[in-house]
Design a binder for this molecule. Sequence first.
Ligand code: TRH
Length: 373
Amino acid sequence: MPGETLLPPLRWDIFCRVIDNFGDLGVCWRLACDLAGRGQVVRLWADDVSALAWMAPQGAPGVEVRTWASPIDMGGITPGEVMLETFGCEIDEGFIAGYARNLRTNGQKCAWINLEYLSAEDFAARCHGLPSPVMSGPGRGLIKYFFYPGFTPGTGGLLREPELMARQARFDRQDWLADLGVAWQGERLVSLFCYEPAGLGALLHSLANDAKPSCLLVTPGRARAAVRAGTASMDLLDPGWNQGSALSVFYLPQLSQHDFDHLLWASDVNFVRGEDSLVRALWAGKPLVWHIYPQHDGVHAHKLEAFLNWLQAPASLRAFHRRWNGLETLAEDAQDAPFEPERWQDCVAQARAKLLSQEDLGTQLLNFIAKLL
Ligand code: TRH
């Protein structure tokens, strides 16, 4: 059976430091649930677990959540067989010492993994699986391994829990929207999860002027604030901008991760951001626009370009992305970047099919650990 591994249940310690937004915890929670769903026993350590109250109100069988306060209190704690640090977060020396003791003194088979950020750039395949000798501290002499998620076969793949596609096939859009209180009349549904996109005004304008009515489903937080500010300024500067009411806006509550998937499946076009929602939008298979997490050194522009190349995005989708992310060149600045989701469907459908033929991250990670042990 595809996705099946021979790894017996192991105890995992997954470490997560929340930088900002929801992505760090979002990825870690999803990974923890995926592993637990495959019979692994997971302890998730996060320095800020507050977002789980709405992201995962039911918790998950096999996942124990611990607040990670540094220095970590090791009273009654024995590190498990797999120690997984996410995004280069530094695990406390006390914990590493316990892990090293298990390995050296007790002869326990152990694996130390560093899960990296997702990127479509070539380095992901180049660096995936590489060993990294630990040079100092209580783990000195041990080896940790880089695990790079990615879009191509040479990488660690993308998170896709085994039952995801079956869940998607059973999904009833009309019922879900009704439960949420969206009075859907067949208009185009556009989900919006973003930071403060440079192209938001242009999107609102084109939806308001489109012959096809649209409903913008706006997520809470930064997306909501951006839409509120955008519509307020258009009301002021151009009071008739949505005269025909072709555009309606529905402000969403915070959804659980489970329901966030439903939002992406219910919508005709998905605007997503960061890391985890991008992956989920790929599984949804609808035309998507990515607001990439901006970095001060500007490297996100290369990362976006690499993703669009992998996606084989048509020119109009590339232009729209650059405008949305505020990354146009001067020449492009003067050009139009129209909202044309009908032209963007094919590349996403093909990308989804390609990804479905590749092994998912959970399967690859379990196989990787099985080889190490
Ligand atoms: O929140 P993000 O912008 O997270 C970012 C990125 O991960 C980025 O790579 C990282 O460096 C930075 O944080 C620190 O976007 P992302 O990754 O899509 O995470 C959002 C999570 O929130 C995702 O798991 C889906 C979840 N979510 C819900 O569960 N319910 C909701 O209603 C919404 C809007 C999101």
